[in-house]
Each structure stands twice: as C-alpha cells, then as structure tokens.
Write a protein that binds this ligand. Structure first.
Ligand code: ADP
Ligand code: MG
Length: 809
C-alpha cells in the first residue's frame, strides 16, 4: 500500500475553496492568488463603514443610514435641468426611492431584482423616503441574478456586517465574489496556520494571534478591530526585516575580518596639511568616528549623513588617505560620471604635491587603457581608485583593498556594498555617504545594519541660500535680479522637470546616467534600495490600486486626474532654453544638460559651465547630485511642485557653495483655471471631448475643488521649503507628507517592498520591531530555537538571497 501525500488545505489550489472552482481561478491568479492561503493573505485595501443599517420604519431624517433591499424599478429621463435618474428599492415590505441628478453611469449596474445597499441621508417626501445621491453597495453578483436564491448569497448579507472589506479586483471578480471567496476560506483555514511569532512577543506587544488577525483583518466588526488586526501583520513584516538586518550586523561583527588601518598623530597631521582650510567641528567628529572604525579588525559599515555642502568629500578623502598611509588601497565611487570626475579633480588637486597614485575607472575608457589600470590595481601601484559603479565588477582584482567609499548613496543596497572583496577572507571597510537627510525610521529600515555619523554644521562663512517662491507677479523682477548677478560675473542654473515632451520624466536618468543602466541589467542592483526607489509611496500605490480595479459595481469614482493636461504645462529643458534665450536671458551664454546625454556630452557641458564659458546652465535634475561649481549662485526651479522637498534641497545646495550668497527661486507650475476653448492647441478636439464628458459629471465641482486643494497644498509645501533651511527638517516633512518614495525623488513604477507596513504611519511599530529583533538575535543569533523556526524561515525567504544570509544558523 503506497502512502498518499498528506493533503494540505492551505496549499491546495485556490479552486478548491468553496465557491471558487475552475471558473474563477484564472481571475484570482491575475491578482496573484494561486493557493488557498493566498486568499487569506489577500488583505483588503480599504474598508467601507456601513452606517446604521435600518428598516424603513426606523429611518430618521438628516442622519447617514443604510437600507438593504431589492431593485424594483429604475429609469432615467431628461428634464429641464438635466438628466434625472430614479431607483425604487423594495426594503422589507416597504420601498424607498433614490434619485441622482445629471449622472447616469451607475444605471449600467442596475437590474431589477439585484440586491443592494443604499447609504445616505434620506428625506421624507410625500410619505416616501428619498435618498439623494446615496452610495451603493451591491450584495450580489450582476452576472448571475439567479444567485439571489443561492444560499451563498444570503450567507454574505450578514446582519452584523458593519465594516465591509474592499479588495483589489480584476475582470470577472466582483467585490461580491471576492468577499464570498474569502468568507468561505475563513471558515477553517486560519486555524491551520502555525503561529510564527513567539508567545512572549505577542503578549508584550499586544498583538492578535494569527488566526484571529486573519479573520479580523477581512471581516472586522469595527474599524478599530481592523486596525488591531493590521498591527499584527505590520509588526511581523517589520520584525522580519529587522531580524534580517540584525543578523547581518551581528554576523559581520563576529565573523568578518578587515585590514587594521589605524591613524597616528603623524598620519593625522600629514593629511590635514593637505586641506587649505580648517576642518569643521562636524568633519572632525565624523573623521574621529571613521578613524576609530578603520583601526579595528571588524569591517566598518558606516553611513555618513551630511547636509548638502557640509563637506563630506573631505571626510572621504581623509579616510582614503588613512587607508593609503597604512599601505592599503581605497576606492571612491560616485553614482554618476560627472560626479566621479569631479572627485577625481578634487583629489588630484589636494594631492598634487604627493606621490599617492590615483587612477580613474570610468565607463568609456579604451580597452588598453582599462587593462593598464586594472594591472596597476592588481600590482598595488594604484592607491586610490576613483570611478562610477561601473568599477564594481568581478574582473577587478585588488592588491590590498582596505576601504570603499560610496558617495551619494541612494540606490545601492546591502548587496552592492558586499560586492567588493579585499581577499577571500577579508572585507574592506565601507563608508557610504548621502546628502539626502534620511529620517531615523527610514535609516533603520534601509541601513539598519549600518552605524551612522551625522554632519549638521556647514563650513564657516557659508551662507544659507535665500529662497523665494516665484509667482506670475514677481517673475519679471526675479529675472532682472538674475541678469544683475550674471553681469556681476556669477552663474546660474535653471532646473526643469522634463527633458522633452515625450513620455516619462528625466527622473529615471537622474542617478544612473547611462553607465548605471548597464549595471542594473546584470542584476547587481537587485536590493532593498530598488524597492524604495521604485516605490511611489502609499498615496501613489493607492492610486495604482484604484486604476487596477475593474469593479463593474464601482462607479467611475476614479477619473483620471487630467494628467495629460497637467503634463502639457510642464516646462522642458528645450522649451525653457528657447523661452529664455529669446526672452529674459537674451544675449547671455546658455547651455543645456540632461540625463539622456552621454557621459562625455554631459562632461563637456559641465566643463564649459565650470570654466564660465556657459553662464546659465539649463538642466534637468542631473545637477542634483554633488555638482560643485562655487561661482554658480542662482537657481530657478520650474514646475517645482514636481520635486520632493529633499530633492529641492539637494538642488538648492548647488548654489551656496562659494563665498557669494546663493539665491533660489521655486516656481510652481502655472495652471490656468479655465482653459479657453478658442485658443486650444492642435489636439483641441480630443481635449474638448474629454471636457464635455466631464461636465456631464456631477463630480466636476468636487474635482475642481480637489484640484484647487492640491494646488494650495503644493504651494504651501513650497512656502515651507522657502522658509526652512535645515535639510533634516525638510526630510521629515517630506516623509510625513508624501512617504518614503518621494524622499528619494523617484516616482515611477508601483511595486512596494512591504505588503502592508507603511513607514509614514507605522513608525512606532517599527521601533518596537527593531528593539525586539535586536534582542532576539542577541539571544539567539542563528534563530535556532524551535520557537524561532517560523521566523527564521520567513527571514530567509524574504531576505536570504538579498542579504546573502544563506548560512544563517
Ligand atoms: P558635500 O557634503 O555636499 O559633498 P563638498 O564635500 O562638495 O560638500 O564640499 C562643499 C564645499 O565646501 C567644497 O567646495 C569644499 O571645498 C568646501 N569645504 C569643505 N570643507 C570645508 C571646510 N572645513 N572649510 C571651508 N570649506 C570647506
Ligand atoms: Mg558631495
């Protein structure tokens, strides 16, 4: 007798769940639901609170209430004031009436006999209760009205359903269906899931046990209950990440060895003598922390955060020279070639009278040149290696690699850091630097395995950039001011959000330039950073979900936010160039740089700008990162609301780098309030049509109000920016307003790395999870305890490859 494999109902194909069957399995698969347990973890994206559900007799005037009933009759007719839609709903033995003015989109879902719920504030007229523009909630499936008699249908219309879950949907899976499937799955399955969290944590943090949490997150009795269930999953998700980071951290401390590169008084004074200025307090502190780390046999992993212009390069050079003084090699990496070449120049300048050998390693080098450099790195004659990430590749063999410095780290994650090796059994020390001030909760998430140094003060004499918001009224005087400064010999930037009228912004080219695109393709970039950079933030994600939603029951409440019209008002580098060269800046020497140029094209323009041959550089945010041209003191940022605050701060940082005061003007996009049809451009017919379609919509005024609100908000944000000079304060604000995605200035794509956690909202839970993870790993570094097995498995599944945790335990 052969033994049959044990049937695991959790892992069974989703088609086995009651009600799903073959016919709906495909639809669910499109939502990523393949097995029974996927249904359990397909959490609602939102909830709808069902207000007081009443019988007709219980209704009172002027309160939001709901009634459930069956459609008896409906119709739409044209009246003097526009369309009038009427619906009669049988509720128990009575009936109520619902009416809508000027909209009829919802009638497509009406069918006599359908069961639905109306929610609104009714009025009694001629003995009949009337709901004006109530919201609708269907309790049956439009595709099969005969289902009314199906016991399953009744099953869902629970009398005690007070909070209805709202799910992401797809063609063929209505919200009724989804609720039904999940309801059915909830009957037995949750009790089969093993609890992954240790009992003491559940108690300590007051979390819902797994089965309870799953039931309550889908069908809570109250929104508070949903919140309570959600907290458990948020905690678990963050705990798993924090465990992974804690393991990395511990393992490095315990197992990995690095070259010991101490500093002596002699080394210190020799290095300091190279700099033409006194180090700032912040620089001295950061250098002390780094120097101490370098002197240990545990590899350093330190993040240096310093506001724009705080002088991080000097700190990096100091660290590199400390390594060189100990006979080791140092690598200095930058995200773009423009920036890498700038570092090369700075280094060569400081070290012009020394014998330290610096070699550049860039993308476009000739094969013979590159071969020669690689040889010098191998035989150890190259002491400092400067380049872009292109130099992170396996063919590089170091002689005695002691330190790797990564400047302007935004994109490269833990894995990236782990790529360079000193030798099979030695790790280099790592120093990563960023000018994007990162709120602490994010630092913990993104760099939880790093130590952090913060530089808050700027070099002396550095004046803060004076910032103002440009309005149509003060534009002319601003450009006069710009001309005055240019005439005094200063230089200026003008920043735009877009390269051209084509699709996409320049954003995706900002960090990488072409050389990085290549890297990205060979997989070396898959890291936690990609998640962060690619995540548009919770707000955006919600929008995305809404667009994904194909709910035949849902009214078209998600009209596109006239994106096309807005985009067409964005200035491009080309339009600004044309406008300025023929207008306000006629006769001045203008140049143009954007992310779609090749590295050498960009470098050529930057050289001309540096030398003064170009007075005004019109650019996309490619200049954001680290570019240092002290004579450039004025910046105009067009369509400024398109940028995150941290990004604006980065940009502004470009013009306060020298002895002259810096000035920045942020110009919000000038939206016309009402587009006059007469001077519509060539695509007028299309637009006009859309306008008409919209004006049929009752929501028009609501939309206009929402649009005005958005504009007022972005204006307020720009005002806040103009008044705030502290990068950390801006970062916190940005983070709380717009989520982590914005902070990193990237808004394409939609993938979120967290299924449920939202760092803007869940910071307190993150703190708890971090504390617990460290304690747990401290007590049980390999998560070997039987009670930790489930967590260990989750850590490995989610982060094992990314963080190279293969040998945990
Ligand atoms: P960031 O931190 O933004 O990378 P940089 O390292 O590019 O800043 O430094 C900004 C400018 O400040 C550079 O021109 C640099 O020469 C100058 N600088 C750095 N440290 C000092 C200092 N201690 N005193 C005066 N100027 C300094
Ligand atoms: Mg810098």
């Amino acid at each position: 007798m052969s033994e049959r494999p044990k049937f695991d109902p959790l892992r069974a194909p989703v088609a086995c769940v009651k009600g799903v069957g073959k016919s709906f399995a495909d639809g669910l698969a499109r939502l990523g639901i393949f097995r029974a347990f996927d249904l359990l973890f397909f959490f609602p994206r939102d909830y709808e609170e069902i207000f007081l559900k009443r019988t007709v007799d219980e209704l009172v005037e002027g309160e939001v209430q709901s009634v459930v009933g069956t459609i008896e009759d409906y119709g739409t007719r044209r009246t003097r004031v526009g369309l009038l839609t009427t619906l009669f709903l049988a509720v128990g033995t009575s009936r109520v009436k619902a009416i809508w003015f000027k909209v009829d989109y919802m009638t497509r879902n009406f069918r006599v006999g359908r069961r639905l719920m109306l929610t609104g504030s009714p009025r009694k007229k001629d003995g009949l209760w009337e709901f004006h523009h109530p919201s609708l909630n269907y309790f049956d499936d439009p595709s099969s009205p005969e289902e009314q008699n199906n016991p399953e249908t009744v099953d869902l219309e629970l009398d005690d359903l007070r909070v209805a879950p709202i799910y992401r949907l797809t063609d063929g899976i209505t919200s009724y269906r989804m609720r039904l499937f999940i309801k059915n799955a909830l009957v037995h399955l949750p009790d089969l899931i093993p609890e992954a969290l240790p009992k003491e944590l559940i108690e300590k943090r007051d979390l819902a046990p797994i089965a309870d949490a799953i039931r309550k997150i889908h069908f809570p009795k109250t929104l508070d209950e949903a919140q309570y269930a959600r907290k458990r999953f948020v905690y678990q998700e963050l705990l798993v990440l924090q465990l992974a980071l804690a393991i990395c951290r511990t393992r490095r401390r315990v197992n990995m060895k690095a070259l010991v590169l101490p500093r002596s008084a002699k080394i210190d004074s020799r290095i300091r003598s190279l700099f033409p200025f006194e180090l700032t307090e912040s620089q001295i502190n950061a250098i002390r922390e780094i120097s101490e780390d370098l002197g240990k046999s545990t590899p350093m992993n330190r993040l240096l955060q310093g506001d724009v212009g705080s002088g991080k390069t000097v700190v990096a050079i100091y660290a590199a020279l400390q390594a060189v003084a100990n006979g080791a090699q140092a690598v200095l990496m930058a995200p773009t070639e423009v920036l890498a070449r700038q570092h090369l120049r700075t280094l060569q300048n400081y070290l012009r009278n020394s014998s330290v050998k610096i070699v550049p390693l860039f993308g476009g080098q000739k094969a013979s040149e590159r071969a020669q450099i690689l040889e010098e790195i191998r035989d150890g004659s190259a002491q400092i290696i400067v380049g872009t990430q292109a130099l992170v590749c396996n063919e590089i063999e170091f002689n005695r690699l002691g330190l790797v410095v990564i400047d302007e780290q935004h994109k490269f994650g833990v894995k990236q850091r782990a790529t360079l090796k000193s030798s099979p059994d030695l790790e280099p020390h790592y120093l990563v630097m960023t000018a994007t001030p990162i709120p602490r909760s994010l630092t913990m998430t993104l760099f939880g395995d790093l130590d952090v140094s913060v530089m808050r003060s700027l070099p002396p004499g550095r004046r803060k950039t004076t910032t103002s918001v440009l309005t149509p009224e003060n534009r002319a005087s601003w450009w006069q001011f710009v001309r005055d400064r240019l005439n005094e010999g200063r230089q200026a930037y003008v920043i735009t959000a877009r390269v051209d009228d084509g699709s996409g912004s320049d954003e995706q080219f900002i960090w990488e330039g072409r050389e990085l695109n290549k890297l990205e393709n060979d997989g070396t970039f898959s890291s936690d950073f990609d998640f962060w950079n690619n995540w548009a933030g919770p707000e955006k994600e919600r929008d995305l979900n809404r667009t994904l939603r194909r709910d035949s029951d849902a009214p078209s409440d998600d009209q596109e936010k006239n994106t096309d019209e807005n985009v067409s008002k964005l200035k491009t580098v080309w339009s600004v160039y044309k406008e300025l060269s023929e207008g306000e800046l006629k006769g001045y020497r203008l140049g143009l740089v954007h992310g779609r140029m090749t590295a050498s094209e960009k470098e050529e323009i930057m050289l001309d700008f540096r030398s003064g041959a170009i007075q005004v550089l019109i650019a996309t945010s490619v200049v954001e990162v680290g570019v240092d041209v002290p004579n450039a003191t004025i910046m105009t940022i067009e369509n400024a609301e398109r940028f995150g605050l941290a990004q604006l701060h980065q940009l502004r940082g470009r013009v306060s780098r020298g002895k002259h005061p810096g000035f920045c003007a942020v110009a919000p996009t000038e939206f016309e309030t009402e587009t006059p049809v007469a001077n519509e451009p060539a695509d007028a017919p299309r637009r006009k049509k859309r306008k008409n379609a919209k004006s049929k919509n009752e929501n028009e005024s609501e939309e206009a109000r929402a649009e005005n609100k958005r504009r007022a908000e972005s204006l307020a944000r720009l005002e806040f920016f103009a008044q705030t000079t502290d990068g950390f304060e801006l970062a916190e604000k940005d983070f709380s307003l717009r989520g982590p995605g914005e902070l990193f200035g990237a808004r394409q794509h939609g993938a979120a790395s967290f299924r449920i956690a939202d760092l803007t909202r869940d910071r307190a839970i993150l703190d708890d999870a971090c504390e617990d993870a460290r304690a747990l790993v401290g007590a049980d570094p390999g998560l070997a305890d039987p009670e930790h097995q489930a967590l260990r498995r989750q850590v490995l599944v989610k982060y094992g490859r990314e963080l190279d945790l293969g040998d945990v335990g």
